[in-house]
Every structure is written in C-alpha cells, then in structure tokens.
Design a protein around this ligand. Structure first.
Ligand SMILES: Cc1cc2nc3c(=O)[nH]c(=O)nc-3n(C[C@H](O)[C@H](O)[C@H](O)COP(=O)(O)OP(=O)(O)OC[C@H]3O[C@@H](n4cnc5c(N)ncnc54)[C@H](O)[C@@H]3O)c2cc1C
Length: 307
C-alpha cells in the first residue's frame, strides 16, 4: 500500500474540539470533529484502537507535520523527531473511546486522564475548550477497510479462539477496556479489573453480559498505583482451577510487567495468550515504555514518545 513514499494507512487529521465533558474528577472526555474526520478509519468494532495526538506545548501553539487529511509519508515520525524542539509540539498516544456520525458530521471521543502536574497531554486536556485544536494521527478509511483492518489500525486485542478472558488496567486503560466491554461478542466470559484514583472516576457504562466488571478505588485504599490491580488479578486467577485463556493488560509499565510475570511465570499462561501494553512509565515523559526520564539527561534531545 505504499504510494510514492506515502503510507495510505495513516493520516494526520485537523480536528477542532467540539465539546468538553468531565466524566470524573480525573477524566475529561474531549469530543473532536471537523470535516477531515470523514476520512478517519475505524474498524468495526474499534476495540482498543489507538491514535496519536500532536499537541501544542507552551513553546508551540499549533504544531503541524505537513498537509492534513491526506496519507502521511512512511517516515513521518522520524521527520517529526528531526524538527527542532521548540515548535514541534508533543506526541502522545490515546484510545478512541467513541466514534459516530453526529448531526453535523463525524465525532471522535477521547478520554484524557488529567493530573495536577501533568505533561503536554494532560495539560492540554485541562485547558481545552470548544474550538481548541490538536491534530490526530490515525488510520485512514482505506486502512479500516478489509480483512487486515485490525492489525493495520493498531488494535491489540487478539484473543484467537479463547472464550474465558481477563482484562486489567489502570485509569489510562479504562477507555480501551470499557470500549471493548461494550462491543465484544457475547461468547466471552471472565473478569475485567479497572483501577481508578477515586470513587468518582467509576463510570456507568453498558458493560458486557458475560464479563464481570470490577472497579478498584486506589486513593481510599492507602496502597500505591497498581497494587490493587495486581492483587485482584492474582485473587481472581487463584480462585479459578484454570487461569483465563487470554489476558489483555495495560497501564503503568511496571504494573503491567508485574501482572504479565504473574500470569506467565507463576500461572503458566502461554505468553502468546497475554497481550500487554505499558501505556506510560512512572518518572518518564511520553506514552508507552520509551519515554524519557523526567530529570533531563545531557545530550538527549527528545520530548515526545511514540508507542
Ligand atoms: C496505546 C496507548 C493508549 C493510551 N490511551 C490512553 C487514553 O485513552 N487516555 C489516557 O489518559 N491515557 C492513555 N494512554 C497513556 C498516555 O499516553 C500517557 O499517560 C501519557 O504519558 C500522557 O502524557 P502527558 O503528556 O500527560 O504526560 P507525560 O509528559 O508523558 O508524563 C509526565 C509525567 O507524568 C507521569 N504520568 C503520565 N501519565 C500518567 C498517569 N496516567 N498517571 C500518573 N502519572 C502519569 C509520567 O510518568 C511523567 O512523570 C495511552 C497510551 C498508549 C501507549
């Protein structure tokens, strides 16, 4: 699908903010719109579909990576990295929480975790108002069409023939897990564990008929990030004669690694049946596991991350 160095799978969409809604003390739902979303591609179902957001920073009011709404070159990310830091903005990964045709065109929801002392993603979301701009880098409608859509669009839910499943994640994985629970086929059974900061962050959503949702409230528990999640996963698996057939886990990198280690090493799950994604790393800026340490290191000229 390579056309003259362009990658028909991915484009950058100029998407003004339509609405902002706080769905909990730490989660802000931002609805993006604009005519360019006509070309945005969403496989059916979208599951944990991820996008990247190119966000303004204090030194870069409206960054860009070239023409919007058309396929990006294959090496768009390398090209972006070569840009001088003041001015190029920041890239962070997020999940498509909702996508629909509204009365005035397509709308795309992203649920941002917002924090007091956040990086560019959280800071932008906290100040976003209708009309604010961020660029969304995501699949084109061509990428979302056809048998390979899920792989091409960056969806990681791959249960194969499994029926009994485990989903676990912290607040950054709540958008992906709730989106999946709303759309997964009824054949699935199992448990979903969601660790959130406060009781107010528990969301009402339709859920899944066969997968039980368990909300774990961290701040009132007195234990550190991810500890409730790890304990709940261990308890649920220990109670079962056999572990789950498939597990999908995401959140803070070291917590995710701990859960995966338990499932694979201690419980003997086949590593191929455990999808795990570090969505962020404590003490490092940038999405995923490749962020840079918050304390600047001499010679390191990189303020974004890509996962
Ligand atoms: C595939 C994928 C999908 C994702 N989907 C979502 C999503 O839908 N919603 C969402 O909110 N996040 C999501 N994330 C996680 C998000 O990209 C990271 O949390 C990212 O670090 C936020 O960027 P930032 O600019 O706010 O903070 P950064 O500049 O990246 O980090 C600044 C500091 O904040 C810390 N930090 C980062 N995130 C958190 C957090 N959640 N809690 C506490 N400290 C944190 C870092 O360790 C660092 O010390 C996803 C990540 C991936 C890889």
């Amino acid at each position: 699908m390579n056309d003259g160095g362009r990658d028909a799978h991915v484009a950058c969409f100029d998407t003004p903010v339509l609405r902002v809604q706080d769905v909990g003390p730490h989660v802000r739902r931002i609805t993006f719109g604009g005519p360019e979303l006509e070309r945005f591609g969403v496989p059916e179902p979208a599951l944990d579909l991820r996008v990247k957001l190119l966000l303004p920073t204090s030194s870069s009011p409206v960054p860009g990576i070239g023409e919007t709404g058309v396929a990006l070159p294959h090496d768009w990310y390398q090209q972006w990295l070569l840009r001088p830091e003041p001015g190029r903005g920041a890239i962070r990964s997020y999940t498509v929480r909702g996508f629909r045709r509204g009365t005035d065109g397509f709308e795309l929801d992203v649920d941002f975790v917002v924090r007091e002392a956040g990086g560019p993603g959280s800071t932008w979301a906290r100040s976003a108002v209708p009309g604010s701009r961020a660029l969304i880098i995501g699949p084109t409608s061509e990428a979302a069409a056809g048998a390979l859509a899920h792989t091409r669009c960056g969806i990681t839910w791959t249960p194969g023939p499994a029926n009994d499943v485990l989903l676990a994640g912290d607040e950054t994985a709540v958008p992906a897990i709730t989106a999946m629970l709303e759309t997964l086929p009824a054949r699935f059974t199992g448990n979903a564990f969601l660790e959130v900061p406060d009781a107010g962050d528990v969301q009402q959503f339709p859920g899944h008929p066969g997968i039980r949702t368990h909300w774990l409230i961290r701040n009132s528990s007195g234990v550190g990030h991810g500890q409730l999640l790890l304990a709940a996963v261990k308890n649920s698996v220990t109670e079962q004669e056999r572990g789950p057939e498939y597990a999908w886990i995401a959140g803070e990198a070291s917590v995710v690694t701990g859960m995966r280690r338990y499932l694979v090493r201690d419980r003997g799950m086949d590593r191929n049946n455990v999808t795990f994604r570090g969505y962020w790393s404590a003490g490092k800026s940038g999405s995923g596991v490749n962020g840079i340490p918050d304390k600047p290191r001499p010679g390191l000229n990189y303020s974004g991350s890509d996962e």
